[in-house]
Design a protein around this ligand. Structure first.
Ligand SMILES: [Zn+2]
Length: 207
């Protein structure tokens, strides 16, 4: 370790993103909760592939990446998505990813569109064509039914670019699937068929 690193370790000691324990980027106990795997769920007939089971630790990592712009946490999300993309090996060039957009308020607050940024860091071919047509309530704390109602007509499609190959939606978490369902509806209304979706995490939906 060089002097600068040693100094910065003294001044800003590394803490686990999951539990704030001093020492590692992610400690071995949190690592067991953030363990890339392949999970398939279905939203109607849309296949969603995810990498991590959502947990309080996963929630902290996502907030750190999304709201606090912590590079280490973003790297964990990228690692989770890469794990899924490995399964697309061979035909990834035939896909166009469509990122689920952050709300305008969140984009302004964060100064960026989070999922779009992940797409570009993953060097995926993507089309940033979805936008929020209207204001929606924060989804956390809403039931499955409320979520789907909250999102009816939420997304619009910006412009119709030439889309190459199949369209795959990409987001950080899938819970009830209301967001992915609405994104698919909006794209279909513009004549674009979605063939699959990937998300870093999959959460047990609230009933
Ligand atoms: Zn930890």
């Amino acid at each position: 370790m060089n002097m600068v690193n040693e100094l910065s370790q003294l001044i800003f000691p590394q803490r686990c993103i999951g539990c704030s324990q001093l020492g590692f980027l992610i400690c071995s106990s949190c690592r067991t909760s953030w363990h890339p795997h392949i999970y398939k769920t279905h939203i109607d007939n849309l296949e969603v592939t995810s990498s991590i089971l959502y947990s309080p630790i996963a929630a902290r990592i996502i907030v750190a990446a999304k709201e606090n712009n912590e590079k280490n946490a973003q790297d964990l999300l990228i690692e989770a998505l890469r794990n899924i993309l490995k399964a697309y090996r061979g035909n990834i060039q035939t896909l166009t990813f469509v990122p689920i957009p952050s709300s305008k308020i969140a984009q302004r607050k964060r100064g960026r569109n989070f999922i779009k940024e992940l797409c570009s860091q993953l060097e995926l071919r993507y089309a940033d064509i979805l936008f929020h047509e209207r204001r929606v309530r924060d989804q956390s704390g809403l039931s499955a039914k409320e979520r789907s109602k909250n999102l009816i007509g939420a997304f619009g499609v910006e412009k119709l670019p030439r889309i190459f190959g199949e369209i795959v939606l990409i987001d950080d978490v899938v819970t009830t699937g209301a967001t992915l369902r609405e994104a698919r509806r909006a794209l279909l209304a513009s004549g674009l068929r979605v063939s699959a979706a990937i998300t870093a995490c999959v959460a047990q939906p609230l009933r």
